[in-house]
Design a binder for this molecule. Sequence first.
Ligand SMILES: Cc1cc2nc3c(=O)[nH]c(=O)nc-3n(C[C@H](O)[C@H](O)[C@H](O)COP(=O)(O)OP(=O)(O)OC[C@H]3O[C@@H](n4cnc5c(N)ncnc54)[C@H](O)[C@@H]3O)c2cc1C
Length: 352
Amino acid sequence: MKVDFIIVGHGLASVAVVEHLRKHNSSFVVFSDENPNSSSKVAAGLYNPVTGRKMKQTWLADQLFPYLEEFYGDLEKSLNAEFLHKKAIYRPFLSLEDQNDWMAKQNTDNYFIKKTFTQSQYPKFIADDFGGLLLNRSGFLDVKEMLDQHKEKLIEDGQFINEKLEYEKLEVKENQIFYNDIESEKIIFCDGPLSHNPFFDWLPTAPVKGEILHIKMGETLPEDVIFNRGVFLVKNPQHDYYRVGATYEWKNLDYEPTEKAKKQLTDKLDDLLNVNYTIVDQVAGIRPASKDRRPLIGNHPERKNVFIFNGLGTKGVSLAPYFACQFVNSIFNLEKLNDEVNINRYYPLYSS
Ligand SMILES: Cc1cc2nc3c(=O)[nH]c(=O)nc-3n(C[C@H](O)[C@H](O)[C@H](O)COP(=O)(O)OP(=O)(O)OC[C@H]3O[C@@H](n4cnc5c(N)ncnc54)[C@H](O)[C@@H]3O)c2cc1C
């Protein structure tokens, strides 16, 4: 088989890269080891333009957020599926001071703020005595559903290889790459965290474990909003449970759910929820993050046909579409990669 690109991995990164390669009429095959605990399969898929304890607008939100809705919306149409759920995020105020801060910000031209409330809006369900903030341009992506539908299309088109790519079996020549019976011009690694990729093991990664609880409640929460304060509560329409997350752990990087994470999440949930709940499951995954918290994208310093698209960290849903577009354009010399994501910022580490 002869292709333009071999893609390694099938997660949020790979889908975004593949769909942009398609726009350039490139041929490709995707290798996937189908890890059930991959970051993309575990993720809640939330996209939220205002994050952090101080609720700041996230990096490049003005560019990332309009494009993500366009990208996943188009993908839904082409796959005849539904996985993008645009919903306002409701974040209850913590105090009168918090409320005052946001009332003042409301009058600036921050288009991510849909509305602010000074009175409780959902007393039956959550603790929002001081009112809260409703955010625009937010929602969640049912990542697992998107991956399943996308994989089906790849299988149909003979572009999916359900197999771990063995790095040591790759033969990288100047203008071609050989792997078993495949000959390719280029290879793009979208292989997520903790991969033992010998081409990029010099990059400073900082993987972060995350855990999520699945809970059931006697009540159905309002479906037009996502509650988010300390923890988020997200429900896929086809599920009968809510996902509550997420935790951050830099040391014990395994896929085992822990009591510590359960306690962290239930403490925050108990502060937020006014409804009784039962925990029905707990899952863990590892986010592919970098030391400087920016994606790791670009070309190998010596091998001009070897690329990486990784380091999406905690925000794969919003970062992947915008940067895949820029990255693929850069491969075709149509656009320059943003310096903050380009791995050439770390080339000195490679030579040393
Ligand atoms: C608990 C948790 C909650 C999260 N919540 C959110 C959220 O709400 N919103 C958000 O935007 N992000 C969230 N994230 C982060 C998000 O999941 C990641 O940013 C994103 O999934 C990274 O995608 P990826 O494709 O780079 O990596 P991955 O999803 O890890 O995909 C890489 C794939 O490549 C495969 N692979 C690796 N090596 C090989 C090989 N040699 N051959 C074949 N296949 C290989 C892996 O098995 C894996 O399937 C969350 C993550 C976690 C863990």
